[in-house]
Design a protein around this ligand. Structure first.
Ligand SMILES: [Zn+2]
Length: 386
């Protein structure tokens, strides 16, 4: 093994040691990374969440010009609760060329490789900016990346190319659908079933809400891009659960609808949200509040991950193909932060070490060969822009 490969594993050991489960703070991990990137002369800023307990880190090496190349990964990991681990999940244990530990594959291995390669770069020789983004709350709806892309747009720091290092076994992934989940809660006014006009039936309003959503399915089919590679090729809506009311003869005071959307393009998500929000504010809510001013509809976003739309022109795909010597790019079923970066105008691919099959499981592991392949790819990238 090369020295840089040893250093990468050492960095991975440190990163896994921070139990940065999505529910908890990631600030210790971010501070550790921040110190290391500042020591390399990087321009670093943190972007905190509203609670102040989590932060994104953004670091840049090289010239202070626009564009550049961004390497992005999330710092949070899924919990280990109720999982049967052979070893301590927050320590890296190496057995048979596999590195075991929570987050080794999803996706601290990539972050460790980013740091190890950054340490080898002479920033003065870079011809383009090389950015690093390490985000919070990916596993719970990409909240960190969502906040970060808005900051990047405001600061004029939109990268030309973004590589998201989620585990793809180092294959180039140029597209995936999004996954957006919502819970809509209807609060009406209970009353006797014999006098429906005196109450506000939350179940009825929930039904009208669901009906409006289902009507949009046809619009989504018509809106689907002509050469959409997905199956099915359009954005889908699924009503996952409807609950509410207490008995046959009681006006339902409460109802809840859980639904999801899998958009093939960000504009479909915006379309569905704007139509259904307007329907609530101009049709449903006024009718409900005409009877009971306290009646309400509240929609909670459970998770909102935009898709990555495959593009005929994609500088990120062309670059990574050159760096890894591979041809062609694939689609995957899982969602990542990639679509958020695409939405601000960056060319994006997903390419990182490890297999998604090992993610989120007990005894999650990353193969040393995969980590080394990632280090090689990032080293080739640094050489390419030096
Ligand atoms: Zn991940």
């Amino acid at each position: 093994m090369k020295p840089i490969e040893y250093r990468t594993i050492e960095h991975l050991r440190h990163l896994v040691g921070f139990a940065s489960v999505s529910a908890d703070s990631n600030l210790d991990l971010i501070a550790w990374l921040s110190d290391r990137f500042e020591a390399l002369g990087a321009r670093v800023f943190l972007d905190h969440d509203p609670s102040g307990t989590k932060a994104n880190l953004f670091a840049t090496l090289g010239p202070e010009t626009t564009g550049g190349i961004l390497l992005s990964g999330h710092t949070d990991v899924v919990p280990v609760t109720d999982q049967d681990w052979t070893s301590d999940p927050f320590d890296v244990i190496q057995r048979n060329d596999r590195l075991y530990g929570r987050g080794t594959c999803d996706m601290k291995g990539f972050i460790a490789a980013c740091l190890a390669v950054a340490e080898t770069i002479d920033a003065h020789t870079l011809t383009r900016p090389l950015h690093f983004a390490f985000t919070y709350d990916e596993e719970v709806g990409c909240l960190g990346a969502r906040a970060l892309v808005a900051v990047l747009r405001d600061k004029g720091l939109v990268p030309d190319i973004t590589i998201i290092g989620e585990p793809t076994e180092m294959r180039i992934i140029e597209g995936h659908k999004g996954c957006c989940e919502y819970t809509a809660e209807f609060v009406g006014l209970e009353g006797h079933g014999s006098a429906p006009d005196l109450g506000v039936n939350a179940a009825e309003y929930a039904t009208r809400y669901v009906t409006r959503l289902l009507e949009l399915r046809q619009d989504l089919i018509e809106r689907s891009p002509p050469d959409s590679p997905f199956d099915p090729p359009w954005s889908t809506i699924n009503i996952g659960r409807i609950s509410g009311g207490v008995a046959h003869n009681v006006i339902a005071g409460k109802a809840v609808v859980d639904w999801e959307m899998r958009p093939v393009q960000v504009s479909d998500l915006d379309f569905v949200k704007s139509v259904i929000t307007r329907f609530c504010s101009t049709d449903l809510l006024p009718a409900m509040q005409a009877i009971s001013p306290e009646a309400s509809i509240s929609v909670t976003t459970i998770g909102e991950v935009a898709g990555l739309v495959p593009m005929p022109q994609n500088a990120a795909r062309d670059l990574v193909a050159k760096l890894t010597g591979t041809n062609g790019a694939d689609l995957v079923a899982f969602s990542t932060e990639a679509g958020l970066f695409q939405a601000i105008g960056s060319d994006v691919v997903v390419c990182g070490p490890g297999s998604i099959r090992q993610a989120h499981k007990p005894d999650e592991y990353l193969e040393v060969d995969q980590l080394n392949a990632c280090v090689a790819m990032l080293t080739a990238l640094a050489d390419h822009i030096s």
